[in-house]
Design a protein around this ligand. Sequence first.
Ligand SMILES: Cc1cc2nc3c(=O)[nH]c(=O)nc-3n(C[C@H](O)[C@H](O)[C@H](O)COP(=O)(O)OP(=O)(O)OC[C@H]3O[C@@H](n4cnc5c(N)ncnc54)[C@H](O)[C@@H]3O)c2cc1C
Length: 251
Amino acid sequence: MIDTEKYAAATIVSRRDLATDLWVVRIRPDCELPFRPGQYVTLGLELDGRIVERPYSIASDPAEGEIELFIERVPEGELSAPLHDVPIGASTLVRKRSKGLFLKEAPVVDQTHLFVATVTGIAPFVSILRSLRRREENGEWSADHPIVALQGASRADELGYEDELRALDKACDWFTYVPTVSRSWEGPDWGGETGRVEDILRKHADAAGLRPGHGGVYLCGNPQMITNCHGIMRRRGFRDKEIREEQYWPD
Ligand SMILES: Cc1cc2nc3c(=O)[nH]c(=O)nc-3n(C[C@H](O)[C@H](O)[C@H](O)COP(=O)(O)OP(=O)(O)OC[C@H]3O[C@@H](n4cnc5c(N)ncnc54)[C@H](O)[C@@H]3O)c2cc1C
């Protein structure tokens, strides 16, 4: 028996498949599910008589009406593998409350922001960037400092939001998008940064003028990337409270 106080049904309204194990999906819950950029929803499926659930960061702007997620299918993953097979028109369970404090204070006034993501870790940053762009176009917000987003992946087809973020970079003088791929030899057309995101962190933090006391660093995704980037920024003088983290799985 599903606890309807806790869970709603969420219909899969569309999906976009990237690499074989990565997809962007839009869901429509059958209840109000308000959220702020940087929050996550908890999706579930009833499997063998019990609900298996996991958190997923929201990539959409709260004004969009639907919830967009960017998900990686983990081999043998208890939820992500069966979730990958749920077709458009079918539904999953979703907890009726979104949660998370990752970007609660962002963007902080008078600060340069550095967003750092591995693959699906870009999702909360897409949400806040869409939201800021909408608010800017409505005259409700204007940038006072730059925002730089670094996204690392093995191959370019895993970047997920590359076209959208490149277009935003072109349209907005306050935003810079820097994707980097670590297996560049697998995509001969790649002309951008190569290596892991931690390999290019210092260069782009310096280029953006990020400095302790006047910069916020936000790290999302792979735990090893978070540990490495946290260490690099600490060695540059950033205090722990200036570095925010959303770790997707245990180290
Ligand atoms: C706050 C938060 C937000 C999250 N947002 C997203 C999101 O936007 N998109 C997304 O795809 N995932 C996201 N995750 C991870 C997600 O919740 C699940 O952990 C993931 O989908 C794997 O669940 P599973 O049941 O398939 O695998 P499990 O059966 O739970 O795990 C199998 C093994 O894989 C490891 N693992 C989990 N995720 C990964 C991964 N991506 N790569 C490699 N190993 C992994 C686990 O540590 C475990 O050892 C988020 C996690 C948190 C805590």
